[in-house]
Ligand binder design. Structure first.
Ligand code: CNA
Length: 277
């Protein structure tokens, strides 16, 4: 029965029920899983949205398939498409969204355990979420190295090369220098695997702005306990949110996060955090 269930039963798409649960002392460890949809309002296109997504707009780069831009074997022979794209999405041009500020708030309220992100734009850090709470599962533009001898490459030089449309090369071996973002066929950072067991401590999992199509990242939703409510906030329904305590909110994440913060009594703080970033 629901009465002896450890967690409060959550059903459907009621932000008040979610807010009440978040305010209760049952909810201590909140985990997040983020995707490109969190950053579209910042002006960074996602991959898979029809028309606006990056994959829909890569045709002009003459790729065999859109995914090739992130394939290490393709990159080795032709790094130009990747650097063309990198110029477009390079951090520095964008500011965090309201949803990023919500994550900062979860941290300052002592609720955030870990923020798993597929995003490579570093906007979580920019919003003020401390690095030790972020797992950049697909790496980021924060560091870079040679794909052959692995010698680190200077950030300023990478910035300059991308800006001036030059191909950055390792000063040691002449290999291609690439930002440490994970390409298809490359392994995920050690921190990703090391952080998976902590999901057993989860009292709440919030999944925001991802198509949940990239593995192993997408499988994280299965590592939280059976009775841990899982919340999806996404433009469209994705994944299998069919456990009894799962909640699904469809729409733009910034709007949904605002409604949730209103229910939490955090709305003013949310706007303040966002203005200050
Ligand atoms: P995706 O496959 O493009 O899916 C994005 C999802 O977000 C889709 O289901 C959209 O419907 C949804 N969405 C778009 N806008 C919003 C919004 N405003 N509110 C709510 N939902 C929205 O992207 P994933 O992240 O799932 O794919 C994984 C790839 C994308 C990772 O490897 C990333 O590195 C990569 N990526 C990152 C960025 C970035 O760093 N900002 C940008 C583009 C791609």
């Amino acid at each position: 029965s629901t009465s002896d269930s450890k967690k409060k039963r959550l059903r459907g798409d009621d932000p008040k029920a979610l807010a009440d649960y978040m305010k209760s002392d049952q909810c201590r460890n909140v985990f997040l899983m983020l995707g490109a949809g969190v950053s579209t309002a910042a002006g960074i296109p996602d991959f898979r949205s029809p028309k606006t997504g990056l994959y829909a707009n890569l045709a002009r780069l003459n790729l065999p398939t859109p995914e090739a831009v992130f394939q290490i074997s393709f990159f080795r022979n032709n790094p130009v498409p990747f650097y063309t794209l990198a110029k477009e999405i390079y951090p520095g041009r964008y500011r965090p969204t309201l949803t990023h500020s919500f994550i900062k708030l979860l941290h300052s309220r002592g609720l955030l355990h870990t923020c798993f992100t597929q995003n490579i734009d570093t906007l979580e850090r920019k919003a003020g979420v401390p690095e030790d709470k972020i797992v950049e599962a697909h790496g980021s533009f924060a560091t870079q190295r040679c794909i052959d001898c692995k010698t680190p490459y200077e950030e300023e030089k990478m910035k300059k090369a991308i800006k001036e449309e030059e191909i950055p090369r390792c000063e040691k071996c002449g290999g291609l220098a690439k930002p440490d973002i994970v390409f298809f066929g490359e392994s995920l950072p050690d921190k990703f695997r090391a952080s998976i067991p902590s999901l057993r401590e989860a009292d709440l999992l919030i999944v925001i702005g991802t198509s949940l199509t990239v593995y192993p990242f997408a499988s994280l939703v299965y590592f939280v306990p059976e009775d841990c409510p899982r919340v999806l906030i996404n433009l469209v329904e994705v994944g299998d949110f069919d456990r009894p305590d799962d909640l699904v909110f469809t729409g733009k994440c910034d709007g949904i996060v605002r409604v949730l913060c209103r229910e939490l009594g955090w709305e003013e703080e949310l706007d303040k955090a966002w203005v200050e970033t």
